[in-house]
Ligand binder design. Structure first.
Ligand code: NAP
Length: 280
């Protein structure tokens, strides 16, 4: 029952985009869930980030797309604009302060503030043991996966505060709960994000900014190729439980919900999207 439903949804994607374009162009701004809202998404030219960008834009937000490579930014912006969606883009390697500044500036060009930040960019430079990870590997993983979301948010915060409310979504991994073999330092970085979510949720509550975390299972993207081909996921009973592989679109609806007023009393949550949740 699960599988045909998903395939049906994927088949519907182009018409969903068309439907959304139509409702944006023909409706008043109040018809659209995120009318007037601006979303900044890192690592959004492919995979999970791109699916989230498409979904928030379909819901009416203006989305600022970003990743390290100009050609990827150009391709993603052209694809989404071709679907009638309101997007712009800029290069942003999240580990570089000057790139983060450029991303903030690009977001402010649209309407002077930012409502949503989704931190999707993440790396795993090593398939190997935790104790076999060099200092450079540790630095890269922790800089990009853990420090960069916090630093970018600190740069964006004054502009989110101006809006009177905001929603931040970090992106962890099921490997935070069920360690994937030979991804030791990466697993640790994704566990740290669960804690970062809790800490930021408490710190930013007085500013009416909510912070939650998407925790994907194995999702079919180039990033998960190594896990899917080495079979390390199959040694984990909890990751075998789902009856189908996840698709990037499976993650996008949760982010849309977490940014919406329906989630206005939800903050500090780490929410697993994996067909099954291994945590209590
Ligand atoms: N796929 C899974 O099974 C899975 C499971 C759990 C968690 N996750 C997490 O989900 C996130 C996205 O993964 P994905 O599977 O969607 O990967 P993906 O399809 O390979 O896409 C990665 C995106 O991030 C960008 N990127 C990579 N390094 C970056 C950096 N330093 N700064 C800015 N952008 C960067 C890439 O574009 P450029 O090359 O142009 O930079 C690309 O747009 C990651 O944080 C990952 O840890 C994935």
């Amino acid at each position: 029952m699960f599988r045909p439903l998903t395939q049906g949804w994927r088949g519907l994607l182009p018409s969903v985009a068309l439907l959304s374009t139509r409702s944006i162009s023909s409706g008043t701004s109040t018809d659209v869930k995120f009318a007037g809202k601006v979303a900044v998404i890192t690592g959004s030219t492919n995979g999970i980030g791109l699916a989230i960008a498409r979904r928030l834009a379909q819901d009416g937000a203006h989305v600022v797309i970003s990743s390290r490579k100009q050609q990827n930014v150009d391709r993603a912006v052209a694809a989404l604009q071709g679907e009638g969606l309101s997007v712009t883009g800029t290069v942003c390697h999240v580990g570089k302060a000057e790139d983060r500044e450029r991303l903030v500036a690009r977001a402010l060009e649209h309407c002077g503030g930012v409502d949503f930040l989704v931190c999707t960019a993440g790396v795993n430079p090593l398939v190997g043991s935790t104790l076999g990870s060099s200092e450079q590997v540790w630095d890269k993983i922790l800089n990009i996966n853990v420090k960069a979301p916090a630093l970018l948010l600190s740069q964006l915060l004054p502009h989110m505060e101006k809006r009177g409310q905001g929603s931040v979504v970090l992106v962890s991994s099921i490997s935070a709960y069920v360690s994937l073999a030979r991804l030791g330092a990466y697993n640790v970085s994704k566990t740290a994000l669960l804690g970062l979510t809790k800490t930021l949720a408490v710190e930013l509550a007085p500013k009416n900014i909510r912070v939650n975390c998407l925790v994907p299972g194995i999702i079919k993207t180039p990033f998960s190729q190594v896990v899917r081909t080495t079979g390390s996921s199959w040694s984990q009973p909890h990751l075998v439980f789902p009856r189908r592989k996840g698709q990037p679109e499976d993650c996008a609806g949760l982010v849309s919900f977490l940014c919406s007023p329906d989630a206005s009393y939800i903050s500090g949550e780490n929410i697993v999207v994996a067909g099954f949740s291994p945590h209590l």
